[in-house]
Design a protein around this ligand. Structure first.
Ligand code: GBH
Length: 466
């Protein structure tokens, strides 16, 4: 089964969806425009010491004003699909409360522009920009936030549902809960394991409630997007078939439960793993998980969206201090992937991790379609005579597309690939210093420049393969 990554041609199935992804707070700017009110990321990024360089999303890629130019750029690349997120604080600026029609007008223009350019919109309803008013009322650790989310989801559907067929409820609930409320590296910057587990459950409850509302309103395709990694041992970085020791296998299973099965099992099977409930029980208790919640969370979804960047490498460790993002893993050591090149984020480049993940998911959840909703890499790009020779990014994308191709050959139902990201943008706690775009953005002039990887991707799309 080990995916061998070949060179040379690799044809993708007819109808394979090629595209690119972004997220509202990372690109839009115009944070005071047309009735938008602050999100937790406005508050967090304005708090000294939270984001590298003191960067904020106040201007970002100025996409709110420049969306027509950006759509033209997508057309130039030949994208079939564009995944964007809707900013909740534009639509319901106070979280609950009245709908702000002017905020919805922007997405109306965006969707019309995409359709006119022949690009299929993929709308994500929550990519981390919670209205600050809802955080002030307790945020995701409060159950009420899930209900507010479903209301907002219905508002967006009501306006765009006649033209948008592809809907995602949440982007990466693990990150929103465990970086937002666990280790505090992301907004709102809280550090409380119990709050993180409550947040994760209420995010999933919000997913279920929103899915139900969208489905009743007639949504065609609904997905949940998760940050997923295969959890492997250091030896498996080089040798995917290496057998872990019993202790290491236990560490792997624990992290897999926290990262993957915490979300896939309730969403796709209607239950939490017993090992997971045991950890939550030791971290604040289970009172927030009520009878009936799992039925709500387990709404049928059509597609599982996969954001993949790197594998998660762990082994049994001798009681090292745990990362606060991983409560319940006090005896697990997170390992660097030695001997493997890394991106500017320090993330190891292991394309076989993606084929391993895809084959595992299609074995465990054969009924659900898969889509790569994010994959990409940050490198220290330089503009040279009007070009960006980002061959390392091209190499990263090429390697991961070969991994997708291998998984499809092994029977995985992968329907498309969306590169992260269309544009260099506000990379959360890293600010603007980490560039993930296939299009370079000069944040002084807002000039866009297709990197070599974008020119390459255009050819891949045109050929439907490598
Ligand atoms: C995605 O998340 C986001 O959806 C996107 O907005 C972002 O710009 C993009 O990736 C690039 O960062 O082992 O505790 O250190 C990133 C997913 C999940 C990757 C957590 C890093 C490290 C967790 N991230 N992971 S930890």
């Amino acid at each position: 089964r080990g995916a061998t990554l070949t060179q040379g041609r690799a044809d993708f199935p007819t109808g394979f969806v090629w595209g690119a992804a972004t997220a509202s707070y990372q690109i839009e700017g115009s944070v005071h425009e047309d009735g938008r009110q602050p999100s937790i990321w406005d508050t967090f990024s304005r708090t000294p010491g939270r984001v590298a360089g003191g960067d904020t999303g106040d201007v970002a890629c100025d996409h709110y004003a420049r969306h027509a130019d950006d759509i033209a750029l997508m057309g130039e690349l030949g994208l079939a699909a564009y995944r964007f997120s809707v900013a909740w604080p534009r639509v319901r600026p106070a979280g609950g409360g009245p709908v702000n029609a002017r905020g919805l007008d922007f997405y109306d223009r965006l969707v019309d522009g995409l359709l006119a350019a022949g690009i299929t919109p993929y709308a994500t309803l929550y990519h981390w920009d919670l209205p600050q008013a809802l955080e002030d009322a307790g945020g995701w650790p409060e159950r009420d936030t899930a209900h507010r989310f479903a209301e907002y989801a219905a508002d967006v559907y009501e306006r765009l549902g006649d033209r948008v067929g592809h809907w995602t409820t949440l982007n990466e609930p693990w990150v929103a809960a465990f970086l937002g409320y666990g280790n505090g590296v992301h907004a709102p910057g809280r550090t409380d394991a119990a709050a993180a587990f409550r947040a994760a459950h209420h995010l999933m409850l919000g997913h279920g409630l929103a899915t139900r509302a969208l489905r009743e309103a007639g949504a065609r395709e609904i997905s949940l997007v998760l940050n997923l990694s295969p959890v492997i041992t250091p030896a498996q970085v080089d040798d995917p078939g290496a057998e872990p020791s019993e202790a290491d296998a236990e560490a792997v299973a624990r992290i897999d439960t926290l990262l993957v099965r915490q979300f896939t099992e309730p969403a796709l099977r209607g239950e939490y793993p017993a090992a997971f409930l045991e950890i939550v029980g030791r971290n604040g208790g289970l009172d927030h998980i009520r009878d009936g919640d799992l039925e709500i969370i387990n709404q049928p979804v059509d597609v599982l969206g996969i954001n993949y960047y790197n594998p998660c490498v762990v082994e049994a460790g001798p009681g090292l201090a745990a990362d606060a993002a991983w409560p319940g893993s006090e005896d697990v050591r997170f390992c660097p992937a030695d001997g493997v090149p890394a991106t500017a984020m320090g993330w190891p480049i292991v394309p076989t991790g993606l084929s391993r993940l895809l084959v595992r998911l299609s074995d465990d959840y054969p009924e659900i379609g898969l889509m790569i909703t994010e994959n990409g890499a940050a490198f220290d790009d330089v503009v040279q005579d009007g070009r960006v020779h980002d061959e390392r990014r091209t190499g990263y994308l090429d390697g991961h597309l070969r991994a997708v191709h291998a998984a499809i050959a092994d029977g995985a139902d992968v329907r498309g690939y969306l590169v992260w990201s269309l544009l260099d943008n506000f990379e959360w706690a890293e600010g603007y210093r980490r560039r993930f775009g296939i299009v370079h953005v000069d944040f002084t002039t807002q000039r866009r420049l297709l990197k070599d990887s974008a020119l390459w991707y255009r050819e891949v799309i045109a050929r439907n393969g490598l």
